[in-house]
Design a protein around this ligand. Structure first.
Ligand code: MN
Length: 295
């Protein structure tokens, strides 16, 4: 099943070119907390899977093309991200990387992206106005957590996965000795975490370590790898994060980028596609407003 969030935080099931709006099947109290609808849905999937599977009968059909897609979970409590998780990516950024000595995600652990940086397939990536810095795309498989997870061994970790989505980890690069802001800040500008176009439930992705992960800029392929090349796989990532703190239903883990990371600029169009998971295209633009400090 493909679950999307759209317009004013409505929730629906995507089938081909149609979204079946299922918002009416959710408890009325969620109208007061519309951003929380998907978190609630995932946490209550044991009872909601059946009514959602009935979407053809109970959903209100709307053409997908006319809807503004939001991040499929608009408000995860956490967005974790793996650095240095594909061997060929390690080292390709030269002095622009904060990774030292070839260390992978296994040694570095995870970092955080602010959930407020999420944006859906229906929006653009907005770069700081007037910036001369380098901004990069990172094409990543997003893992959406299905239930509370603490100290989960990797052998049991896949039981905690709700589904998958495409995620672009947009990044402002450091300039050694000139500008070396913290990683979480450089990756958390508003719109720097495009996610979507929907969450594909785990039952439709039998092996998340065997998916083509590709990204294009202006139609030219920049990144192309298989998720089987990850150093720390999905199960071990869940073991890693849950060894530090509890994962909550709806939480997102960005599983790291393969090689081919490169810059984009205002006017560009970026497309990400992950096999069995989906595809989305976003424009890159400048922010309308200039920040009170330079980036
Ligand atoms: Mn990344």
């Amino acid at each position: 099943m493909k679950i999307a969030s759209f317009e004013d935080f409505r929730v629906g099931v995507v089938d081909g070119d149609t979204v079946y709006d299922m918002t009416a099947t959710l408890p009325a109290f969620l109208a007061q907390l519309p951003r929380q609808r998907v978190n609630w849905l995932i946490a209550n999937w044991a009872t909601m899977a059946a009514p959602f599977a009935d979407y053809l009968k109970t959903g209100e059909a709307r053409p997908l093309a006319g809807l503004r897609l939001l991040p499929p979970n608009p408000a995860p409590q956490h967005v974790f991200a793996a650095p240095a998780n594909y061997q060929k990516h390690i080292g390709e950024l030269g002095t622009r990387t904060v990774t030292q000595g070839g260390r992978s995600a296994r040694e570095q652990g995870f970092f955080l992206k602010a959930p407020g940086s999420l944006v859906g397939a229906g929006n653009a990536i907005l770069l700081p106005r007037g910036s001369t810095r380098r901004f990069d795309h990172e094409s990543e498989l997003a893992v959406v957590i299905g239930r509370a997870a603490r100290n989960v061994p990797r052998e049991k970790a896949m039981e905690y996965v709700f589904g998958y989505s495409c995620l672009i980890d947009a990044t402002m690069r450091i300039e050694k000795g000139v500008a070396e802001e913290e990683r979480s800040m450089r990756k958390s500008f508003e719109t720097f975490t495009p996610m979507g176009p929907y969450i594909v439930t785990a039952d439709e992705v039998p092996d998340p370590q065997a998916l083509q992960n590709r990204l294009w800029v202006n139609g030219e392929i920049r990144q192309q790898a298989n998720t089987g090349e990850m150093i720390v796989g999905v199960a071990e990532l869940i073991e890693l994060v849950s060894s530090v703190l509890p994962l909550e239903p709806g939480d997102v883990i960005a599983s790291g980028t393969p090689e081919g990371v490169g810059p984009f600029a205002p006017g560009d169009t970026v497309k990400i596609e992950i096999q069995s998971v989906g595809s989305m295209t976003l424009d890159v633009r400048e922010c309308a407003m200039r920040a009170p400090r330079a980036y």
